[in-house]
Design a binder for this molecule. Structure first.
Ligand code: DC
Length: 437
């Protein structure tokens, strides 16, 4: 998977320098998106096209070819094959570029180009709307800021180095105008992405900023590695062998014994000896899942957050009891596939419709996962009501209800309203059963 670092912020915050340094150090392709807007501006100026000549601009956009090459670590920009890397920094282009970049048609075309330049690569991209629009799912989002006087001073110095002669007042005025325009654009306005880290560079040296950004990149890479490792562990399927069955049987017996010592468990109702069913219970404590797994003759395969597999012993038990991992907050097709496969194999699937350990609150909206599975696979649901305090030697009631048949809606697994109705029916039963002693 490509790794994307987005660096946004107003002019003169050090974006360019920081991006260039990080790109070399971290071997990320550097893409200066401002340069793409500068190329369009230059092309317009060369053809004498004014800002309000939209038809001409559209035609120009269809004709011009903007490209980028990385030469010895520095990026060069080409307009119709000609290297314009220096020319696009001219005073004339700088004055007009913000307005050009406000034209919707220009933005659509340039964003498309920027995404293409980055396709499949590890990149660091600087601009104004990278984290908010071009790559809203960027791995690292940074917003560099600094007060305007400091930014103007930096720009004057930079200009002098490049042989561009502009007074401090002129640069400051230009920065103010551009900021105003960039922040109020109809499309791609300069703003801080919700999940961006803001770094105020006013009193920081470039080295300090580079260090901070590097740290954020490293943190993210470590997190990605950890998640990949977790995924590998969680989604590894340990084959069912005779030995696994023996170990599971022994551990189950032992833990069930401990369970009976710790609590007075009273079970009513039961699970049929054969066939696929979805067991749906209320979820007050991790110990309720344990009760259903340990105190059942048959193997119940619960669906649990993949985080369970973060901890060695729990990961081991998870594999032993064939717990099906599921990712939080996103659609997990692999997990769904495993649930369907288990039900097709005639196994018991355990799902907590409440999703988390919220405890039971009447009429609270529940997740539709159990309802979806029931309709998708046309499987009956066994509601279970659990109550008790899970304190040493206290009474725990586990009440199994009669299987609920939803086959009349079996083709409606994608109908949200039907699923909500089915979820509600399941929860109503669970609530009733959890009040029974
Ligand atoms: O970063 P720069 O000064 O080269 O950018 C030139 C102009 O382009 C600037 O006024 C803002 C605009 N721009 C933009 O609107 N969106 C981007 N992603 C990058 C630059």
């Amino acid at each position: 998977m490509a790794f994307i670092v987005a660096i946004d912020g107003p002019a003169g915050t050090g974006k360019g320098t920081v991006t260039e340094r990080i790109s070399k150090k971290k071997k990320l392709l550097n893409i200066d998106t401002g340069a793409t807007y500068r190329c369009v501006t230059l092309a317009m100026q060369r053809k004498n096209i004014q800002l309000d000549e939209l038809e001409k601009i559209k035609k120009l956009l269809d004709q011009i070819d903007i490209n980028m090459e990385n030469q010895n670590g520095t990026q060069r920009f080409f307009l119709d094959g000609e290297d314009v890397s220096e020319e696009i920094r001219s005073k004339e282009v700088t004055k007009m570029v913000s307005q050009v970049s406000s034209i919707k048609e220009v933005r659509i075309k340039m964003v498309d180009l920027q995404r293409k330049l980055a396709e499949g690569k590890d990149v660091i991209m600087e601009g104004r709307d990278i984290g908010t629009y071009v790559f809203p799912k960027a791995d690292v989002k940074i917003y560099l800021d600094a007060d305007e006087e400091e930014r103007a001073r930096r720009r004057v110095k930079q200009n002098q180095e490049k042989g561009i002669n502009m007074s401090y007042e002129e640069v400051l005025e230009n920065i103010r105008k551009r900021d105003e325009n960039d922040k109020n654009k109809e499309m791609g306005a300069l703003k801080v992405a919700e999940d961006a880290t803001v770094i105020d560079t006013t009193n920081l040296t470039i080295d300090e900023v580079v260090k901070k950004v590097e740290e954020l990149i490293e943190q993210k890479k470590t997190k990605i590695k950890k998640e990949e490792k977790l995924e590998k562990v969680a989604y590894y399927e340990r084959k069912e062998t005779r030995w696994k069955k023996i170990v599971r049987g022994t551990i189950k017996g032992f833990l069930a014994g401990l369970y009976h010592i710790a609590f007075h468990v009273k079970v009513t109702g039961k699970v049929p000896d054969e066939g696929a069913y979805i067991i749906c219970a209320n979820h007050i404590n991790y110990l309720d899942a344990a009760a259903i797994i340990l105190l059942n003759k048959r193997k119940v395969r619960f669906v649990a957050k993949e985080d369970l597999y973060r901890f060695g012993i729990l990961a081991w038990l998870g594999h032993l009891f064939d717990i099906i991992p599921i990712k939080r907050n996103k659609q997990d097709l692999e997990s769904m596939k495993r649930c369907i496969k288990a039900l097709k194999n005639g196994e018991l699937l355990g799902i907590f419709p409440e999703g988390t350990r919220k405890g039971l609150a009447k009429n609270q909206k529940v997740k539709n996962g159990a309802a979806f599975m029931a309709l998708r696979t046309n499987t009956k649901v066994i509601p279970v009501g659990i109550h008790g305090k899970f304190k040493f030697r206290s009474k725990i009631y586990i009440n199994y209800g009669e299987p609920l048949d939803f086959s009349e809606w079996k083709d409606k697994a994608n109908d949200k309203e039907v699923m909500e109705e089915v979820s509600k029916k399941i929860m109503d039963q669970i609530i009733q059963l959890s009040e029974k002693e």
